[in-house]
Design a protein around this ligand. Sequence first.
Ligand SMILES: Cc1cc2nc3c(=O)[nH]c(=O)nc-3n(C[C@H](O)[C@H](O)[C@H](O)COP(=O)(O)OP(=O)(O)OC[C@H]3O[C@@H](n4cnc5c(N)ncnc54)[C@H](O)[C@@H]3O)c2cc1C
Length: 565
Amino acid sequence: MENTRNLTILNRNQTLDNIEATVFDLIVIGGGITGAGIALDAASRGLKTLLLDMQDFAAGTSSRSTKLIHGGLRYLKQLEVALVREVGHERALLHQKAPHIVQPKKMLLPIIENGSLGINATSFGLYMYDRLAGVDKDERRSMHTKEETIQMEPLLRTDVLLGGGLYYEYQTDDARLTIEVLKTAHKFGAVCLNYAEVAGFLYHPNGAIAGVKAIDHVTEKAFAARAKTVVNAAGPWVDAVRGKDEYISGKRLHLTKGIHIVVPYKRLPLQQAVYFDVPADGRMIFAIPRQNTTYIGTTDTTYTGSITNPLAQPEDVEYLLHAVNFMFPTVKLAFEDVKSTWTGLRPLIHEDGKDPSDLSRKDEIFYAVSGLISIAGGKLTGFRKMAERVVDAVVKQLYKTEGRPVKNTITHDITLSGGHFLQPDAVEPFIDELAQTCANKGLTHLQIEGLVWKYGSNTPVLLQLFDQYYHHRNSITPAQQLLLAELHYGVQHEMVTNLCDFLIRRTGMLYFNRPQLQNDVFLLLDELEQLLQLTKQQKLHYYRQFEQEYAAVMHFKKVMQEPVF
Ligand SMILES: Cc1cc2nc3c(=O)[nH]c(=O)nc-3n(C[C@H](O)[C@H](O)[C@H](O)COP(=O)(O)OP(=O)(O)OC[C@H]3O[C@@H](n4cnc5c(N)ncnc54)[C@H](O)[C@@H]3O)c2cc1C
């Protein structure tokens, strides 16, 4: 049944009352991309679904990735042909269903002497990839001579360059993709709540799982939620959640850390994204232009520290700087050029004796005696198929226990929130049209473009808020008026609860637009106070939280300044 209410924090108390009064078919633990996909698949098959996340949605790995919807080139290197086919298909489908946040981007692969790929291997590999992944004709790979490659990317080093391959990857915003999937799940009736931590489980007398014990972190009150099935999609915390149900034997997670650094675009002004060799260890990394920045990543090292706050260390940053300076020798990037970082943890399945980069990215489902279903591994790109497999397992359990008829997934037919365009190439004309109608409000084409790549077909709703509440505030600039309208939209439609939700996961400002952020943080905080009726204490708490996150993205600098003795 379609839910006509918004995904908002404004009716949180009512949502909590409803949760306690309902027996759900399914509770999903974790609101990253995996849990969001499962909630959407389940709700659209008609299951009464609840999703809980202990932090904000996407606050785990799903806001800390390289932000690419891959076609699976890496899997081809490992000869995982079926997987290349699957992710290629998924990528094309996602572009259709959410064209505002899944866009094709040219990717240049320079081929160098003694690099990990030779000219023939690259040409053949990219050719196979195009065929297996069903890549559109006009996005198929092209191979280029050394001279052509230098013309495409004049910053590349020339002494060891042999040529280049040009192909397409799809760029996304991982946290926004997650929120759009959750908004769609909510439309199908899923109840989704952030800042609600699962602390334990409820059981039937026969030991079968009957729901969860949880804590609402807005009020710090405990509550219980009952359900017929429970799925653990807690990403890097999957083992911690499994451990609350049973003693874990057999397969476990192996967490690996990956960091990204962000530099001003003018310090690494690439003509397109580049996927290139790291000379030190034969790995490959990306450098990707985004707005006024270029971001570079990633690393891949075994991780055993705090799961909630993984941080980039000086040696991680140095590794990336060294790789960039090798491939683009004239730019001479230094620590001072790094304006922000983010750090994510891959929830991979442990395999004895394998290095982090060799561990499989495949997902795997674990079944506990209690009936708890856990899912780990996988990629952002494959979230829809992962969700399908998990909900198939849930539906089987419901069939066994209740004889419920089995329903198949319909997510291949679902357009995601914000993705309602006749076809993907209708996004650009939509931007032009909106920009024209907004020109007399002091809004530029660039600003409208920025909004549409975030909110897609929902942008007019946001612009209505701009007209209604902010357009005539003379004391602030049109850019600030627009920012406040975005905050208002976030509170009303995307369950923004505090400043960091908005600045990190709804807008990416903390990583990609720190200069504007410094100017506007108090304006945003005052507006949030009004919108959510915050107490002075809450306001201060949210500001302190922001300060911590602001410092965390530059943690490596702090470490570098600490005395050695
Ligand atoms: C550096 C890096 C780069 C990557 N790049 C790409 C890429 O470009 N493309 C791609 O396809 N994939 C990429 N990936 C992989 C991809 O990001 C992950 O596979 C994916 O985001 C994992 O999502 P998840 O939902 O399983 O985990 P998460 O996003 O971590 O979500 C788990 C959620 O569970 C919640 N949770 C945990 N415990 C509890 C509890 N007790 N109660 C309630 N909630 C709980 C957490 O708060 C968290 O929000 C990358 C990964 C990394 C680390």
